[in-house]
Design a protein around this ligand. Structure first.
Ligand code: ADP
Ligand code: MG
Length: 260
């Protein structure tokens, strides 16, 4: 059994290698010397108290922090071995898509929500777009619920459906990585369960990095977990190990709810 596990470990491919990453908002340092590898086709959860830098770290991975004035980073973020600072950020964001806490469908039809990105990339062929819409909605486990009303405004869907629409919209760009920032914290338990099941099914084709405050959710869906505290990455481990045998006392205090 152990040899099987170590074999599986060897097969894991690093997709992001973060090396000595520091991030500053003006003079305030928000991330301190972060070093971590993220693996392909895994779900990695980022946990930690509010304000510890989880969203900041997530935004580093597709250069969304570039859009924030006064935000500076040093260190390296290697994506398939290439420093993302040398990659066109627009292109990077098609490969590394993002889903936010509040579902944010565009105020247009379900169909047009999905086609928005591909059309910007010059795809206008009707048959091609139809296929893309169906495939993306199926992958996001939304197709059956909306296939008869693709012309309906995306904003008219329930919160959970809107979030799956946003996931479908990200998938339509054929990303490799999905960054999800507390994607279920605005949702009811049933919608949350659907998103969790979706995340687990998506990792076969995509790499997922998810911020969540729900530690039970982490235990259910994440292969790896990184614990952040005050801008430090305290510990990254297999989720099972992090919860059963954390290597850092601060991690233990957090997961057992004993943080002051
Ligand atoms: N756009 C910003 N400008 C200045 N400071 C920011 C900005 N975004 C976040 N911060 C600060 O950086 C720290 C980390 O924030 P954040 O990454 O949002 O934490 P988390 O997602 O873990 O709650 C906090 O102190 C926060 O106030
Ligand atoms: Mg956050």
């Amino acid at each position: 059994m152990d040899s099987l596990k170590s074999e599986q470990n060897e097969l894991m491919q690093t997709i992001f290698a973060i090396r000595h990453l520091n991030l500053y908002y003006g003079k305030k340092q928000a991330l301190h010397d972060i070093n971590v590898d993220l693996y392909e086709h895994c779900v990695t959860a980022l946990i930690g108290p509010s304000g510890c830098g989880k969203s900041t770290f997530l935004r580093c991975l597709n250069r969304m922090n570039d859009l924030i004035d006064d935000c500076k980073i040093d260190g390296q973020i290697l994506y398939h071995g290439t420093d993302i600072q040398s990659v066109n950020p627009i292109l990077l964001r098609t490969k590394v898509g993002m889903v936010f806490q509040q579902p944010n469908p565009f105020p247009m039809s379900i169909y047009d929500n999905i086609c928005y990105g591909p059309r910007c990339q010059g795809i206008h062929n009707r048959t091609h777009l139809n296929e893309l819409v169906e495939r993306s909605l199926r992958e996001a486990a939304l197709w059956d619920e909306v296939k008869d009303r693709l012309k309906t405004n995306g904003m008219a869907l329930s919160g959970g459906q809107q979030q799956r629409l946003c996931i479908a919209r990200a998938l339509a760009m054929s990303p490799e990585v999905l960054l999800m920032d507390e994607p279920t914290s605005a949702l009811d338990p049933i919608s949350t369960k659907k998103i969790e099941e979706l995340v687990m099914s998506l990792k076969e084709r995509y790499t997922i990095v998810i911020v969540t405050h729900n530690l039970q959710q982490v235990a259910r869906i994440a292969d790896y977990t990184s614990f952040f505290l005050l801008g430090d990455l305290v510990e990254t481990n297999k989720t099972e190990t992090l919860f059963s045998r954390p290597s850092n006392e601060k991690t233990e205090r957090y997961i057992t709810g004993r943080f002051g």
